[in-house]
Unconditional design. Structure first.
Length: 354
């Protein structure tokens, strides 16, 4: 083995050890979600591979020109601006951690600049559209089943606790549910209504909703304890419609789907396991498509809608920030732009001298 090969092996092992330590930091200290950790580690792994190809044998070789050349290589390879911006953010996070832990003497990304991405306003449903979506789910429950195979859903097909064989079974179950409603169809309808009511009422993220346990709810106070990004806890109120939907699900629906594999999970899939975020997304897309057409909207649009409706109703920005679990008020301020745009549209339409 040549000296160069031996050096490459040593530096490669050292970089792998650093990357492993960084992963543990993201998981244990920052408490990030698994998919976020995976993205960070993938980005930083790419940076360290580039550093090694740059000829560096230790982390001390990580300089601003190295980071810039890495981002430039990604750009020339066809990476989107949003992807480059995300990777730059990963590099900043890694460099900050490396400095704080004594692995780097100075932060090479301190003077790194990346073109700002245009900020898109979030998709928001009008209050009447939101009401139509939720009232439509209420109607499905009263019927005790689904139309067009809608509520027994891809809950089986979309659940990741299902496999290919399950999809055939769920298709047959959907067909049966339309003509012969059964307890499972009723339970799924109750669950879907409770999920959407709570998503909107408490302005939750999908991952937050899926992670709720029964004891996350305090029905007497009508609040829910939520674990958000970075493992931060917050207490969020919810209204009477959500309370009624949750009570109906827990009283009449959950037991029909319950298996021991569900544990204490608040929402469960037809296979008896904790609800998967993909199932929630499918339910939201389908339920909203009936009102607004097309593919409907993603669950995050209900969170956006709740925040916008709160501000339009007179809630102060700090309270909305606390409810959403935003670390920075600047993140919450985007909803003021949505409200301002709506006000401007109303003004142009209604004011005689607009």
């Amino acid at each position: 083995m040549s000296t160069g090969d031996a050096t490459d092996q040593v530096s490669g092992a050292a970089f792998a050890a650093v990357l492993s330590d960084f992963r543990r930091h993201l998981e244990a200290e920052r408490g990030l979600a698994a998919h976020t950790v995976t993205a960070y580690v993938s980005d930083v792994g790419s940076l360290l591979d580039h550093l090694q190809r740059y000829g560096a044998t230790s982390l001390a070789g990580l300089t601003l020109p190295v980071v810039r050349s890495w981002l430039a290589r990604l750009g020339s390879g066809g990476a989107a601006r949003s992807s480059i911006a995300r990777r730059a953010a990963s590099a900043r996070s890694f460099s900050d951690w490396a400095v704080r832990t004594g692995r780097l003497a100075a932060d090479p990304t301190a003077r790194l600049t990346v073109p700002r991405l245009p900020r898109h306003l979030p998709q928001v449903l009008r209050a009447d559209q939101t009401a139509a979506v939720l009232d439509g789910l209420d109607g499905a429950v009263l019927k005790g089943a689904v139309s067009d195979g809608a509520v027994l859903d891809g809950t089986a097909a979309a659940d990741t606790d299902s496999c290919a064989a399950d999809e055939e079974q769920s298709t047959a179950a959907r067909a049966a549910a339309v003509t012969d409603p059964d307890p499972t169809a009723k339970a799924v309808a109750l669950r879907d209504r409770a999920m959407l009511e709570l998503l909107y009422a408490a302005a939750l993220r999908v991952s937050e909703l899926a992670g709720l346990d029964i004891d996350s709810l305090d029905p007497a106070r009508r609040v829910v304890r939520v674990w958000g990004k970075g493992g931060k806890e917050r207490i969020v109120p919810y209204g009477l419609p959500a309370a009624r939907a949750l009570d109906a699900w827990l009283t009449d629906g959950r037991r029909s789907l319950y298996r021991e594999t569900a544990g204490a999970a608040l929402f469960i899939g037809v296979r008896g396991r904790r609800i998967d975020p993909r199932t929630v997304r499918e339910v939201v897309h389908r339920s909203t498509s009936r009102v607004i057409g097309g593919d409907g909207v993603a669950p995050h649009a209900l969170r956006h809608s709740a925040a916008t409706h709160l501000l339009e109703g007179g809630a102060d920005l700090r309270s909305v920030q606390e409810m959403l679990g935003h670390a920075s008020l600047a993140t919450t301020q985007i909803y003021t732009h949505v409200s301002a745009d709506r006000l401007r549209a109303v003004y142009v339409q209604a004011h005689p001298r607009a």
